[in-house]
Design a protein. Structure first.
Lengths: 88, 193
């Protein structure tokens, strides 16, 4: 069983969680070139490395952030969204 | 057709979706408390409104008490008040909330959206160990703790009752939950035999 540690509820079966994808820059469509805006809307990154993602603990409907290694699939750490400063 | 002021029909009642589903009794017993009063608030302003009305709020995933009600803090701004008898304090608090026009959070409709069931009986510890993956032994999970997790494979909130565990879950899963607990109860019985 894979365990993920929810910042609010503690260690739980990964089955209790839902992934909402990587945290992305919030671009201003008025200030962004069309090509960049199109890329932002329709293209997903597919790189190696560490990504910060939104996750939800389903039974408590709690959204939080997790750092995950895209190669090893290891969840490096999880934290509340209020601690997001400095994350990409 | 019943009027809007008609008594609500809960799943195990005559006319309810789970009517006729057997509730296990014996080594593992299941009691339906869904018709018991409760009051849930959710969203910005909920905690502040309750605090302003004298409710001392516990930490998240902990249970407090206020005038005979159990106060369950399910999130920063998600609070549920439970009372098993038709007590006045809960009705008074609800009345005050309904008549308030200021910022007050939102009703989370727990009295209609959630089933409230109680598991008890001599084999309750074994039954819960099969229904829930968490360590709920007394030294790890005390009377003031709340677990928001899965019980019987469905999303649920569980906490200790005077004799057993209370479980809150989506009311539409009532019949499924009763059948799941019945199956576990049969397994516990065979195991003990």
């Amino acid at each position: 069983m894979k365990i993920m540690t929810c910042p609010m509820n503690g260690p739980r079966n990964i089955d209790e969680f839902q992934s909402f994808g990587p945290v992305r820059d919030e671009l201003d469509p008025e200030q962004t070139a069309d090509a960049d805006w199109s890329r932002h809307l329709f293209r997903a990154e597919n790189r190696k490395g560490v990504v910060v993602e939104w996750w939800r603990h389903v039974p408590s409907n709690y959204f939080f952030l997790a750092e995950r290694d895209l190669v090893s699939n290891e969840i490096i750490r999880t934290f509340d969204a209020s601690q997001r400063s400095g994350q990409s | 057709m019943a009027g809007l002021d008609a008594m609500p029909v809960f799943p195990f009642m005559q006319g309810g979706a789970a009517h006729g589903t057997m509730l296990p009794s014996g080594a593992v017993a299941l009691t339906d408390l869904t018709a018991s009063p409760r009051f849930g608030l959710k969203g910005g302003g909920s905690a502040a409104w309750l605090a302003a009305h004298g409710v001392v709020l516990p930490a998240i995933n902990r249970i407090g008490s206020h005038r005979g009600m159990r106060v369950l803090r399910l999130g920063n701004e998600d609070i549920l008040l439970l009372r098993e008898d038709a007590g006045e304090p809960l009705a008074e608090l609800r009345g005050a909330w309904e008549s308030d026009t200021g910022p007050k959070g939102y009703s989370s409709w727990r009295e209609e959206g959630w089933a409230w069931m109680r598991l008890s009986g001599p084999a309750i510890a074994e039954a819960m160990s099969q229904l829930c993956a968490l360590d709920l032994r007394p030294d790890r999970f005390c009377a003031e703790d709340i677990a928001q997790t899965r019980v019987g494979h469905i999303e649920a909130v569980t906490f200790r009752a005077p004799a057993g565990f209370d479980v809150l879950f989506d009311v539409t899963a009532s019949a499924y939950f009763a059948r799941t607990v019945s199956a576990v109860a049969r397994h516990c019985k065979q195991h003990q035999a």
